[in-house]
Design a binder for this molecule. Sequence first.
Ligand code: HEM
Length: 524
Amino acid sequence: MNSLQALSDRWGTNNLAAAGALATALYAWRLYSIRQANKDLPPHVPYTNPILGSTLDYMHAPHEWLAKNFDKYGPVMRASLFGREQYLIDTPLIPDAMKHKNFNSEQGANAIQFLDVLVGLAVDYHMEDGQHLVLKALNNRMEIFVERIRPYISLMLDEKVGRKSGPVTVEDPFKLIRSMIAQAMCDNFVGKSLGRDPEMIHVFTHVTDVVAALATAGASSMVALIVPGFRRWYANYMVNNRKILKPYTDILIRKLTPEIEARVALRQSCGTNELEWEGSKPVDVLQTILDDRNIDLTNREAALARIGEVNNLLLFLIFASVHLTSVHITWMINSIALHTECHEELLKELKLVLASHGGVLSDEALRNMPKLDSFMRETFRTRFDCIGGSQRIVQEDTLLEGKYLLPKGALLNPITFRAHQNPGHWPGREDVMEFQPWSHEEPSSRTSPAYLQFGLGRHACPGRFLAVNEAKLIVSYLLGRYDVKLKEPEKGVVTPMPAFTFSIAPTSAIVLTPRDEKDALVLL
Ligand code: HEM
């Protein structure tokens, strides 16, 4: 019995040993094949934590982590960050990565910002279609839109800050800016009457709260850092199961229905007279969407049947136009309040422009403000809080510069602020991060490989002309009427963590002191 037991024990031990050897060989083979498969790929930043990859190291000191590893591994490196492998791209490859035809920007945005979940774009409509929609709806009619935006800015400043009393502290400048932008956009998007509807304004102001919160949801929670796809799953769950966007889309649909009916009635009243219809139809984003999607306004039922599609496109454009613009303008105000030494020069330019344009900041007047353009470009160049925004998914194996292999399916993350800091782009500067407000000659909306705040190439932001005009208007009204300072200047310089999702506005409070009547500029 004992010898049988010993035999069986030996068999068991032998089997175990054999199984162990087999597992080790398989593991070694697996490692070898991974290494073989990856040997031509860009270097992978090594990490010791098998679950979190490099995420904690990165989060500890993002700028330093990126700089150190780009120095070591070159302009393309792979890293395990936030639950997935990313290909991080530095200069000089950033422009190629952003513009290459093999790299898809919409899939990139869906992967990181899950735009598809959030706005549920109609299946035959793509993010890049936004280019021609924004061009048709806004850029081709900038003069009209600037005329419409201006009074809101003036009115809202009077309402929220006032002109005659002493200093006013704006504790949360982002909220003030966003309410101005939302109000101005609402009018331009859905027409004068609906544009003043408090519920509509509420949607324009707050829907991006939900979206931005979702996009960053759990970004710092452990689960999100470990589990690939957790944030996407969470967004899907919140949108589709918990219906967090529904209160907003319900309002949009409820309010759009009578508006579309009114446009049907107007269209029907013109009968077959196309010229009359062209001359009488509203000039706003809603109408551009209706035209662009060939929605038949001669037929009430057919038009209303497509209201969901209109709603999705509006939501997409609200999202694109309110949040980022408000964040960037808050950065501008922060920069203005911080650099009080620049006020005199900016005010001098503003006075000249007003004098030569009859006291009116028209679209043309705004194009003639090179000092403000330079100041804005320098502000955007030096604030590098967000490294997301221009992600791409590789569609087929692609060699960049003949040597960097980017395989099909890879997620590319061009680290755009690295281009803004690259000394090669700013010859003659001793310290590239020193704020030099008058150092740019190009308008702040013009993209270049050294200035990527609005992207680059065919996917560059089409809304940048509008965004820059809004920023110029708000800065001009503020500076023209108030002395603008930071409440706590020592807290003015903010170096936020480069997030992988959305930009975040600075939170420093500002103090607005109305200028004496003799100093205040008259802005109509
Ligand atoms: C300061 C404000 C804004 C900033 C910083 C900004 C920035 C950007 C960036 C970085 C991109 C992605 C470019 C890429 O993928 O490489 C983008 C795309 C886009 N933006 Fe903006 N944007 C702003 C305002 C606006 C406004 C006001 C609108 C609309 C009225 C708008 C509409 C769009 C659209 C439709 C796209 C997608 C373009 C495409 O995929 O081809 N943006 N924006």
